[in-house]
Every structure is written in structure tokens, then in C-alpha cells.
Write a protein that binds this ligand. Sequence first.
Ligand code: BTN
Length: 241
Amino acid sequence: MVFERRHLAECGSTNTEALNHLREGGGALLLSAGRQTAGRGRQGKTWLSDDASLTFSLAVELPITLDLAGLSLAVGCAIADALDPGATRIQLKWPNDLFLDGAKLGGILIEAVATPTGRRGVVIGVGLNLQPLPEGVDRSAFASGHAALASLDPTLTATRVLDRLAPALAAMLADFESMGFAPWRAAFERRDLTAGRAVRVGPLPGIARGVNERGELLLETAQGLAPQVAGELSLRLETTP
Ligand code: BTN
């Protein structure tokens, strides 16, 4: 998959810009921003982003019939494999979080929109911390901790990371369009942060037992194995990683 690349010094939210781009009939686009003034996270949360983070959205059109349940996991795998090929430090927390050495490195927000062509417009928004929090910042606001790519490689800049991620995401999307999530299942399981651990999916407690071929979380409950679709569900670890 080939996409145009654009960079904005500042915008409200790259996801909002990318959704508007698709609504207006624009083609595949990778839009990055130096700073967002109204960045959005999952579940209506705000997402802070400035030059200490990498902020971008990928706008693509995908077939209406394509099952998107596992897309955020495949995106996470493509990013993690590009930055940490040995799978020694980056882990993925179903359905959309990236962790580095046990603390949150970044997140993925996927949104869909109807486009004039009748295909489904999909925006994949990614926020990754590049630099650690400055001294004096209230860390209690970061419930999952805060990790930064600088501790993986201090020479990484936003541009270098994006140059590495762009081809990885293009290749992943081409494969995902024809094969869906199934080929990524093993890659996800290599990095599955919650495997075998006590979790709560929304109100439902259980033990996380990996994912199925659609990317649904397999939650072992008192009633048996219950597949969980990501949607707007949140997953909480019963103990911190
Ligand atoms: C999460 O962990 O809640 C997901 C965060 C996703 C943030 C990214 S930053 C780029 C894109 N634009 C947004 O407004 N949000 C996503």
C-alpha cells in the first residue's frame, strides 16, 4: 500500500484531520503532527502530545467486508517488530496499548468513516512517547506508567521513527487487506502482556488466555472461554505489570 506523507507543525487531532480527509474523498495518507491541541485517546479520554512524542494518523480505504476486529493488534505488532525486532522489550496490551519495559509507551486509536467511493475509510491513529516525562510532572496521572523510546535508542527522533514505521505499516496493511488478522496471531502472542494473568474486561473478571484468529481476547471465566471483542471495552490488569 502506498500513501502520501504530510506533516503539520500543529493541529487539533491528526485523527480528526485524517477522518475529514477521507470524508472529502482523499486517498491514502500518513499525517504526522509536531503537536496536537485536542488529541483524542480511547473512551473519550484526551491524549497529550507535543514534541516529546510521535503523533501520526494513517488514513486508508479498506473493503467494507474486511473484519477489523484484530486491526489494532496487527498495527501494534508491526510497530513493535519495527522498533524491537527481538521482542525483548516492547509488549502489547490487548487491544491497543504498547508497553516498553512494563510501562505504557503509546496507544492506538482506530476510527472508521464512510467515504464517497462507498469503501470504508479507516483512520489508524498512533501516539508514542519519544522522551521521558520532565522532572516534576505528576506521575500519578499515568495509571499505566510512562515509558519512552529514548530508553530503547537515544538517537531516535520523530522523523527517524516514522521513516522506520511507514514501510512496516504499509506492508502490514497490504497483508491485512488480503488475509486479515490471522497471520499476526503468533506475532501478537510473542508480545502479549496479559497472557495468563488475572484481568478485568469491562466488568468481567477472568484470566487472559491469548487471542483467537479474529484478534478477540480469550477470557477464561467461571463459565468457560469467552471471546471478547475490543470495541470500546477497557482491559485492566488486576495487578500492575
Ligand atoms: C489510547 O491509548 O487511548 C490511544 C491514543 C491514541 C493517540 C493518537 S495520537 C495521534 C492520533 N490523533 C489523535 O487525536 N489520537 C491518536
